[in-house]
Design a protein around this ligand. Sequence first.
Ligand code: AMP
Length: 177
Amino acid sequence: MDTAFNLDAVIRKVPDFPKKGILFYDITSILMDPAAFAHCVSQMVSRYRSAGLDAIAAIEARGFLFGAPLALDLGLPLQLVRKQGKLPGETVSLTYELEYGSDTVEMHQQDLRPGERVLIVDDLIATGGTVRATVDLIERAGGSVHEVFCVIGLPFLEYERRLAPVRVHTLLNYDSE
Ligand code: AMP
């Protein structure tokens, strides 16, 4: 396992995007670097190969990019967590508060099976609001969350407090925006 890979050097940082004061960590630069992308996926595969998972739940949209290769490699079902109105089948949904307004996450009801052990995958965790809503959706359906995996974590936004006791694993963290 190549833990020494310098992923930080690959991630493009874009100041003042999408609005002033936000430093945006752009994972498209990982996707454009096959060695960096392979590093992320192999780190995930080795961490979760023997974790006893039943499914991967990937969060729209950038979470799909990391959740899909992991699910394929581990031979596990891939559940999509989407914004409202995108999934065609019968859905379960959960609305959560944002700084201004609210947002809703949805999953296909038939994808969520009671008793399943699920790994949640996204590209980056900031406040943890989206992931919190996803945890609640899975737990309401009778599933359990093994852990949350994100390539990047911004722990100063206190996602750990919001998600405890669910664990969050990241490949690298940044201290400030
Ligand atoms: P949150 O619900 O606050 O944890 O926000 C998580 C989502 O917003 C992730 O799916 C990220 O793609 C995106 N996001 C939030 N802050 C940033 C940032 N500074 N750089 C890149 N993406 C971000």
